[in-house]
Write a protein that binds this ligand. Structure first.
Ligand code: ADP
Ligand code: MG
Length: 398
């Protein structure tokens, strides 16, 4: 979905108030009645003007078949509210190019006031599922907390909470900078997803490092649940070294882990399934891409479980519940993801397309973007200088 910020600068303070009123009203109403918008916004008498301004640019939508006259917030409206919060807190000053479209998210380069680039991830749960799976629609309709908006918020909150906990414990993940509604802001990693890397000097050591990362997550009580070539960014650094009195360039590859909405506890009922899948994704990718096969089998969940708490590691699966992402929220999000078959970057059934079998229709339709990296050549960096030039300033009236 596009993120068109051009209307932001034309919204008046009263428009924002009315938009916030629709958001607040949505907490208890699927369709927010006009009198309630009027009441919540404190804009007596003239709120209709603001409502039509918002509806005209698609930030709210009128519901035709509702029993009463009312409006609901659109994804666009929710995007604007989040951006406005970031703007006020000075987390985001400008919005640039979209660098990723996942099944359930959109990724943009943004910048702060100093022009430092960051990444805005907008969670869009329900985008696929609402239009494809009828049974799921029933599921969602029957649950007031099951709306796309609520689930997208949960996904963002979960991702931000885990990213913070991982970062605090020294894991190589982006810096979590801010969270609002269904979105998060994090540092920009100047690197390619492993998916786009055609060859590496020493596959064995990169493989070992990734397996070590899986085991280190286990030490902290966690399984990533979507540990694959799309969610591992490979940072390349060259350092100069003196070997035999000659200066030689040495390439070091650092894997950075991203994408955390599906993380599970190592005590999860299906822990073995998720753990094995994470390990096998890496094995399969290394075999196919780099022709590398590890000598040893495994690692297996039983070994990983022995690592839990080693060297004083805190159980992050336990501590995140205390720091904002509750067990109840975890359950709700998981139930939703399971129900709509959202599970990882690959196809909805958990089987991931690979270079040999990427032509599968479903993948092409749903995630055309990622297929571009198909031929395994490092073509374009995630961000180029044209992003900077195209930044549209977020000038918003208060
Ligand atoms: P999804 O849940 O849709 O898979 P991800 O968090 O995996 O979303 O992000 C999708 C893509 O966007 C990644 O594969 C990567 O190319 C890019 N991306 C995401 N976060 C960052 C970041 N912090 N820095 C650079 N690129 C990123
Ligand atoms: Mg991903």
């Amino acid at each position: 979905m596009r993120l068109d910020t051009k209307h932001m600068r034309y919204l008046t303070g009263d428009d924002w108030r009315a938009l916030t009123a629709v958001e607040n009203g949505s907490k208890n109403h699927e369709v927010v009645p006009t009198p309630l918008i009027e009441k919540l916004s404190g804009l007596r008498g003239q709120v209709h003007k603001n409502i039509s301004a918002l509806a005209k640019v698609g930030l709210i939508a009128r519901l035709k078949n509702a029993k009463y006259d009312g409006y609901r917030l659109t994804y666009g409206g929710l995007d604007y509210l989040a951006l406005n919060t970031y703007r006020k807190r000075k987390d985001v000053y400008s919005v640039g190019n979209q660098i990723g479209v996942g099944k359930e998210s959109d990724i943009f380069v943004v910048a702060d006031e100093q022009g430092v680039q960051r990444v805005l991830k907008i969670h869009r749960l329900g985008r696929i599922s609402f239009r494809t799976v009828k049974a799921n629609r029933d599921y969602l309709r029957n649950r007031s907390s099951g709306s796309w908006m609520y689930m997208s918020r949960l996904a963002a909150l979960k991702e931000f909470t885990f990213m913070t906990a991982l970062r605090d414990n020294g894991f190589p993940v982006p810096v979590p900078l801010a969270q609002s509604r269904h979105t998060i802001v994090m540092s920009l990693i100047d690197a390619f997803p492993m998916r786009q890397i055609s060859s590496v000097p020493d596959p064995a050591s990169l493989y070992a490092e990734l397996i070590q990362m899986i085991m280190r997550l286990a030490q902290y009580g966690l399984i990533h649940g979507d540990f694959n070539e799309f969610n591992i960014l490979i940072k390349e650094d060259t350092t100069k070294e003196i070997v035999d009195e000659k200066e030689v360039e040495k390439l070091t590859l650092t894997p950075i882990l991203i994408d955390f909405p599906q993380m599970v506890s190592i005590d999860h009922a299906n822990a073995e399934y998720y753990f094995d899948r994470d390990v096998n994704c890496i094995k399969r990718f290394f075999q196919r891409r780099f022709g590398f096969t590890a000598d040893e089998k495994g690692p297996y969940l039983a070994e990983a479980k022995k690592m839990v708490g080693r060297d004083g590691a805190v159980r992050l699966d336990v501590s995140v519940a205390a720091s904002g992402f509750s067990k109840k929220m975890a359950k709700e999000l998981e139930a939703y993801m399971k129900e709509v078959g959202v599970d990882g970057d690959g196809d909805p059934n958990g089987e991931r397309g690979d270079e040999e079998d990427d032509n599968d229709e479903e993948e092409e339709e749903e995630s055309g973007e990622e297929e571009e990296g198909d031929e395994a050549t490092s073509t374009e960096p995630a961000v180029d200088s044209s992003d900077i030039a195209s930044l549209a300033r977020l000038q918003i009236k208060d």
